[in-house]
Design a protein around this ligand. Structure first.
Ligand code: AQP
Length: 341
């Protein structure tokens, strides 16, 4: 980003979000998050992070984490986020995230963190590793957001509770120390954007699900995508229509609608009398068609590591500049003595 762009974008409101490189990104991450990000790039100054520090709240294989960090950045770009218009960087490259995390942790209550449903869900899934980071995850997320004076945070509905906590922490800090943080608003995509597991449709689709048929990766090839949709769990009915108790079909209709832009009513009319088999195939084909260009762009990007590293570096330089200013301000307000020059 050049100096003129920098000056221009500094006037725009900041939008911030991120995805953990904790697995291969799913169509849930795509529809609930990344796909929407592009629409903000003219109006806002967008900052998108690969949140690798969050990913280690669950045990990762280091080599996989390293590879997925590159892959996640490449997915951001392949989904249309140009590094010229979006600040794209890796969380651990900017030490201010860890620094602000501590300051905010000392202003977050144990009881607040205990109420977080993601902590309860992830503790149940990782019973052998209920570490303190899993518990304080929302504090680091608050630091990510508040560091940049963020006005808007586009996240899936599953992250709403964490975002509300970030707002509460900002308000609390501001009331004690005076105006410091912008209190962020959430942008939760319209209803239907919570994409559910294909195997257990009452559960969110997650990239770390051990059942490979439960999620569809943005980078799955065409045959894999179609096969997974053919195997999707539905019900004993045969009518393609949204209804209570038809979680599997409701989810497939949502996915079809998100990828084709057709309304639920149009889809129900189109598949009237055609049965689940034909519908599942059509959903698979629609998803595979929509993701094909993303996959081919991703392959090109992954073959050019120096380019990805230049994006990481430029993004981290700018993020560091902004975040470091905020940390200095917070330290000053807290009463920390500035390091003598
Ligand atoms: N199934 C989903 N439907 C809609 N939005 C989703 N998001 C994730 N899954 C769905 C949104 O993707 C963004 C990034 O999520 P994340 O990687 O930071 O963490 P997560 O929400 O915990 O996502 P996963 O895929 O479930 O990761 P793992 O398996 O590692 O825990 C967020 O905006 C999220 O709302």
């Amino acid at each position: 980003m050049n100096a003129a762009n920098n000056a221009q974008s500094e006037k725009k409101k900041i939008i911030f979000s991120g995805v953990q490189p904790s697995g291969v990104l799913t169509i849930g991450n795509y529809l609930g998050a990344i796909k929407n990000w592009k629409s903000f790039e003219e109006e806002y100054d967008p900052i998108y992070c690969v949140v690798d520090m969050h990913a280690i709240t669950v045990r990762q294989t280091p080599a996989d984490l390293r590879r997925r960090t590159y892959e996640t950045l490449a997915v951001y770009i392949a989904c249309g986020l140009s590094p010229e218009k979006n600040t794209l960087f890796v969380q651990s490259h900017v030490p201010s995230h860890a620094e602000l995390n501590w300051a905010l942790a000392c202003h977050t209550m144990f009881g607040e963190l205990s109420r977080m449903t993601q902590f309860k869900d992830k503790s149940a899934k990782n019973a052998g590793n209920i570490n303190a980071g899993l518990f304080t995850y929302p504090v680091l997320m608050a630091a990510d957001i508040l560091l940049y004076g963020t006005s808007l945070v586009p996240v899936g509905i599953d992250q709403k509770q964490h975002l509300e906590l970030a707002r509460d922490i900002a308000i609390r800090f501001n009331s004690v120390y005076g105006d410091t943080f912008t209190v962020p608003e959430g942008y939760i995509p319209p209803a239907g954007m919570k994409i559910m597991s294909l195997q257990e449709p009452a559960k969110k689709m997650s990239k770390s699900d051990e059942n490979v048929n439960a999620s569809v990766a943005i980078l799955d090839d065409r045959d894999t995508i179609i096969r997974k949709f053919k195997r999707a769990v539905t019900d004993s009915d045969t009518i393609v229509k949204k209804a209570d108790g038809k979680d599997g079909i409701n989810n497939l209709i949502n996915i079809h609608s998100c990828f084709t832009g057709k309304s639920v009513e149009e889809i129900e009319r189109e598949f009237d009398g055609r049965g689940y088999g034909e519908f599942k195939l059509a959903v698979g084909e629609a998803v595979a068609d929509a993701l094909a260009p993303v996959r081919s762009e991703f392959d090109k990007l992954m073959a050019d590591k120096p380019y990805l590293e230049s994006v990481m570096k430029n993004g981290a330089d700018r993020a560091h500049y902004l975040a470091n200013k905020m940390v200095s301000k917070v330290y000053r307000k807290l009463g920390f003595v500035a390091r003598p020059r």
